[in-house]
Design a protein. Structure first.
Length: 317
């Protein structure tokens, strides 16, 4: 049986541009839409290249257990030595910001001061260790889940014990140092096959004033796949910073093939990395202006892996 690419995901809209790019290349692939399903662990998975695009925000699309099931699928694939791009460790970091920040810090990459909490009382107590202003966010996030800005512990307390409090899906709320950008922007660096592809500047001055650092995660207003109004997304064609080398090393250390990594720079010029997106998307309007297309490049990369595996199989046979 001919080998193919298997795309593991739970969001058809986000994955459609990739399928279009694979169609244009004439590369065989199969859509593994994981919401519900089953796998027989006594059977071997098919041969091919497996690309995991599972999202941390899947539960907001009524796909509550998609990440958990994907974790089982990836373990099954990896136990059978299949080529898995953005495998189980990448998924772990995608759905667990606490693990993500620990991994970034281990790599020597500066992150905002973060306290991991469970329980409302502990959240309030932990705020006493945090200099105001500070923000809250969900550990399993995406879409800016749970992001709120507070200028005092009293303000946090009023929110936490009100009906407006958003319970995190995994029970873990992060309390985090608020980093303010002097020009109300963040930078997202895209990596394909572990290598820097481009950086995009995201204008966060409109629509989401509470936490500019998370504006790129707010799907309804700042999703990378939505129409690019007022040049909210601008690709920086000459971006060059030592952080790129650190990011590439971080991705290699954590077996991450495709990712978007976001940082914010404060008034003093210090750079803080606050999000690693292993399920990355691209803004088509911004890309058209510089003629660099992320999904096409991902498709090219997947095709390369598939061609190499096919050649290896033929040589072994």
């Amino acid at each position: 049986m001919a080998q193919k690419i298997y795309v593991i995901h739970e969001n058809a809209e986000w994955s459609e541009p990739l399928f279009e790019a694979l169609d244009a290349l004439g590369v065989p692939y199969e859509d593994w839409f994981i919401d519900q399903g089953s796998i027989d662990l006594s059977e071997a998975p098919p041969e091919g290249i497996f690309y995991n695009r599972m999202s941390a925000s899947s539960h907001t699309r009524s796909h509550r257990y998609a990440p958990e099931f994907t974790s089982a699928v990836l373990a099954w694939l990896e136990e059978h030595d299949r080529v898995v791009l953005n495998g189980s460790h990448a998924l772990d970091l995608e759905i667990n910001k606490a693990r993500q920040y620990s991994a970034l810090q281990k790599a020597g990459i500066r992150t905002p001061k973060t306290i991991v909490t469970t329980g409302k009382d502990q959240l309030i107590e932990s705020a006493k260790q945090m200099e105001a202003p500070f923000i809250t966010k969900h550990n399993r996030a995406g879409k800016g889940l749970g992001v709120q800005l507070f200028y005092s512990i009293e303000g946090l307390k009023q929110y936490v014990y009100s009906d407006d409090f958003e319970e995190p899906i995994d029970g873990i709320t992060l309390l985090q140092q608020y980093i303010e950008s002097p020009d109300s922007s963040i930078t997202r660096c895209e990596f394909i096959n572990g290598q820097f592809f481009y950086a995009v500047n995201v204008d966060t001055s409109e629509g989401f004033e509470l936490c500019p650092a998370d504006a790129c995660s707010i799907e309804d207003q700042f999703c990378m796949t939505t129409e690019n109004t007022r040049d909210k997304f601008q690709i920086i064609t000459d971006f060059d910073d030592p952080i790129i080398t650190q990011y590439e090393q971080f991705l290699k250390q954590n077996n991450i093939t495709f990712a978007g990594i976001e940082f914010i720079r404060d008034e003093a010029g210090y750079l803080y990395t606050y999000d690693v997106n292993t399920n990355t998307n691209y803004n088509s309007d911004a890309e058209a202006k510089v003629e660099q297309f992320g999904m096409q490049e991902i498709a090219n990369t997947l095709a390369h892996y598939l061609n190499q595996q096919t050649k290896d199989a033929q040589h072994a046979g």
